[in-house]
Design a protein around this ligand. Structure first.
Ligand code: PLP
Length: 395
């Protein structure tokens, strides 16, 4: 019989020459299990998705209840679907009052696309500024905003009217002017290797956008839902963006994204022409039921409140000379090594010893560590022991 591994290589699209090929049969809490009974601690949360762990019982119950009522019934924005309405209402209740309207999408990239559209239409301007080294997704609009030129060039031509500023660099804010519809930035740059900006920079960026009538769009697709020690990372900077883009951890493991804005900004898609942004599956009712339950879990289990203590334990346990720097905020961390060879062998060593860690798309010299927020102190110590052993052996 042909194995699933062979069928994966044969029949499903391959996105690299060297996929990790870890086969997953089931997942629970912070663990993944393979078909031969192997277990792995998931220290990357399925790439910042499983903030509350895999298959949280409250999310499973909410999904089951919704499955018993209805799944897809119509395209987004026509019928009143309780899971969408209730989740949007809960989401607005944990955001500043300036946010008044939620558009639910299938993914992060779709949230990026919608945000760019409403910013252009609301301001009547055509230019968008993004940050060098940014990552915002793989669709053509999102790809137009990413900093890595190799990726942009390979799929050119992309969107016109886009220029780049250096992230966390005050002088570049001068490039924002009254022709700029929006500045799109990650609250913390993730795939660039977890670059945390200065609070003063973020506040100056907010001021510059206010001065020039430019909308400030924050990508919190990786940083949202407690990851950094606040429910949303913009809270660290004491500013509020005009548009907030969310996905990944939003759905408790189900596919969902959102962009959130002031009502008057969102309303531009209603007319001239009508149906300015539509989607068939965006805000799928089962995903929304999961998202509502997931947000409740984050609040009821006080997961955000535990992030700082857990992050401090990681930093203490990983305080070894071979790790040049631990960048990050909360449980969004990056362990800087010397080169990709070290990253590659250490992450393979970890996988062989039951621990999934990875690296960042545009920073291959550092290990990616972003565990479910539910990880316990004992699990942190066990995980760090394996990382230390791998580093001691190869670095
Ligand atoms: N923005 C950021 C910061 C991301 O990390 C990602 C995905 O990794 C995206 C956008 C795109 O999200 P999606 O993969 O759901 O389209």
């Amino acid at each position: 019989m042909i194995s699933n591994r062979e069928l994966f290589l044969q029949n499903t699209a391959q996105t690299s020459e060297s996929p990790r090929l870890i086969e997953v049969e089931r997942a629970e809490g912070i663990y993944l299990y393979g078909p031969e009974g192997q277990s792995y601690m998931d220290l990357v949360s399925g790439f910042n998705v499983s903030n509350i762990g895999h298959r949280h019982p409250k999310v499973l119950a909410a999904i089951q209840q919704q499955l018993d009522k209805f799944m897809h019934v119509t395209v987004y924005g026509e019928f009143v679907q309780a899971p969408q309405v209730q989740f949007a209402t809960d989401l607005l209740s944990v955001l500043p009052n300036s946010f008044g309207s939620v558009y639910l999408t299938n993914s992060g990239a779709e949230a990026v696309e919608g945000s760019m559209k409403i910013a252009k239409k609301f301001t009547g301007r055509q230019e968008i500024i993004a940050a060098k080294e940014a990552y915002h997704g793989s669709t053509q609009g999102a790809l137009s905003l990413i900093g890595n030129e190799d990726y942009r060039k390979a799929y050119a031509p992309l969107l016109p009217g886009i220029s780049f500023i250096q992230y966390n660099h005050l002088p570049d804010l001068e490039k924002i002017n009254d022709k700029t519809a929006a500045v799109v930035v990650e609250a913390i740059q993730g795939e660039a290797g977890v670059r945390v900006p200065d609070k003063a920079y973020m506040q100056a960026l907010r001021n510059k956008c206010d001065e020039t009538g430019t909308l400030l769009i924050f990508d919190e697709i990786q940083t949202g839902f407690g990851r950094t020690g606040k429910l949303f990372a913009f809270e660290h900077f004491d500013i509020v963006p005009d548009i907030l883009m969310l996905a990944k951890g939003i759905g408790g493991g189900m596919p969902l994204g959102a962009f959130v804005a002031r009502k008057e900004v969102m309303d531009v898609i209603k007319a001239n022409p009508m149906l300015g942004h539509i989607t068939t599956f965006g805000g799928h009712p089962v995903s929304c039921a999961a998202a509502k339950a997931s947000l409740e879990v984050i609040q009821q289990e006080k997961l955000v409140e535990q992030v700082e203590r857990k992050a401090a334990l990681f930093r203490k346990e990983l305080d070894i000379p071979q790790i040049k720097e631990i960048r990050g905020l909360g449980l969004m961390m990056c362990l800087q090594l010397e080169n990709f060879e070290q990253v590659y062998v250490v992450s393979n060593y970890c996988a062989d010893h039951g621990l999934i860690i990875d690296w960042y798309l545009h920073c291959e010299t550092a290990l990616r560590v972003a565990p479910p927020l539910t990880i316990t102190e004992e699990e942190i110590k066990a995980a760090c022991k394996i990382i230390r052993e791998g580093i001691a052996k190869f670095c």
